[in-house]
Design a protein around this ligand. Structure first.
Ligand code: PLP
Length: 400
């Protein structure tokens, strides 16, 4: 499929309304812009309030420590955790590593079996793979064609040596929401630790770690309009974890290293805003997502949504466009930032393992685009993107 994409772009005539600023950011699952209210809250901690939160002997330290504790309470409130049960980290990757490796080591005496799913984020899958090298057994559960886990499969996979189940709350590619309530209930009944990667779910869909029986929950600030390089792990009181980073004994010895005070302040503010605005915001964003979907679907044949449309993050739309190469489509709509359903490995482009796990053919997987709608997207942007995608897909199909 050698198409001169440059020429194609020049030929495009999608009208740009005067109030539209290009390029349009529709890749909010990769990262989100920092909310201006978050930045404002952070700034003093990058200048005057620079103290080390671990300094106990002067007001510089006390001020920083107070800010960290305010942030801790804000994060805890968003996820329904009694305060103090959070470990601040550098992001969800570190939280996943700490949860999985930390629990595996701490509960080695009890068993060596871990259960996860094939559609998890690499931070989870590769942590599990590492543990396999050290004698742990890992079951990688399949998912149904809608991306959701079958609880029967989970129940069957549990054995007397199972110590940990790690299943994400929301998927980063197809946005599907796993049945966390049921998984949590099952794990608690069997006395198995339940970890959930909530990097995509945090602030987008309600989380209540107590009601949902979640023991460990990974979070990341930059997926929720906070800064990069900061996150947290909720660890229920009584859950043992061996630290992955040793040192000065910060965060109750679970994660050493001087706290990233401005980052933590940003995470806290981001959580506070999300908690207040989630009900309204998720409705608005789901409306934009459905509008994009309906527009595309009514103008193009042979387009398919990947993953359940019901159990899904409001801002996610992952679609395959039969007969079109996703990378080519992405290049042609170069004033719209999206992701394709392919991952560049060092040598070549491979169809996404998440899409393949749904049973989608390589060709359809390669034809997919992930649209990630977020807080700062407008209806005018969505309408522009829909028109541009429709026009471009029609042209690419004609050229075949
Ligand atoms: C982004 C993401 C991560 C990694 O988070 P970082 O904070 O960037 O390390 C882990 N899991 C999921 C589901 C994600 O979307």
């Amino acid at each position: 499929m050698a198409v001169d994409v440059t020429r194609l772009v020049e030929k495009q005539e999608t009208r740009v309304p005067a109030n539209l600023k290009l390029p349009i950011y529709l890749d909010n699952h990769s990262t989100t812009p920092v909310d201006p209210r978050v930045l404002e809250e952070m700034l003093p901690y990058l200048s005057d309030r620079f103290g080390n939160a671990a300094s106990r002997s002067h007001s510089f330290g006390w001020i920083a420590d107070e800010a960290v504790e305010t942030a801790r309470a804000r994060v805890a409130t968003l996820i329904g955790s009694p305060s103090g049960e959070l470990v601040f980290t550098s992001g969800a990757t570190e939280s996943d590593n700490l949860a999985i490796k930390g629990a595996a080591e701490a509960y080695r005496g009890k068993g060596n079996h871990i259960i996860t799913a094939v559609t998890e984020h690499k931070a989870v899958l590769d942590s599990c793979k590492r543990l396999e090298k050290y004698g742990y057994r890992v079951t990688y559960l399949p998912v149904r064609s809608n991306g959701l886990l079958d609880l029967i499969d989970l129940e069957r996979a549990i054995d007397s040596k199972t110590i940990l189940v790690t299943i994400m709350a929301a998927n980063n590619e197809i946005g599907v929401l796993q049945p966390i309530d049921e998984i949590g209930k099952l794990c608690r009944e069997r006395g198995i630790i339940f970890h959930s990667d909530a990097a995509q779910a945090l602030g987008k869909t309600p989380i209540d770690v107590v009601r949902q029986n979640v023991d460990l929950l990974s979070m990341s600030a930059h997926k929720a309009y906070g800064p990069k390089g900061v996150g947290a792990l909720y660890a229920r009181q009584g859950i043992q974890l061996s630290p992955t980073i040793d040192g000065g004994g910060h965060e109750h010895g679970m994660r050493s290293g001087t706290l990233n005070v401005p980052g933590i302040v940003g995470l806290g503010k981001a959580c506070e805003i999300s908690r207040e605005e989630m009900p309204h915001e998720s409705c608005r964003i789901a409306g934009l997502r459905n509008r994009l979907h309906d527009n595309i679907k009514s103008s193009l044949d042979e387009v398919y949504v990947n993953g359940s449309m019901e159990q899904r993050l409001p801002g996610n739309l992952n679609m395959s466009f039969a007969g079109v190469d996703g990378e080519e489509l992405m290049t042609a709509i170069d004033d719209v930032a999206v992701s394709s359903g392919a991952a560049c490995t060092s040598a070549h482009i491979e169809p996404s393992y998440v899409l393949k796990a749904l049973g989608i053919s390589d060709e359809l997987a390669q034809s997919s685009i992930r649209f990630g709608i977020g807080r700062f997207n407008t209806q005018a942007e969505i309408d522009y993107v829909a028109a541009k995608v429709i026009h471009t897909v029609q042209q690419l199909r004609e050229l075949r």
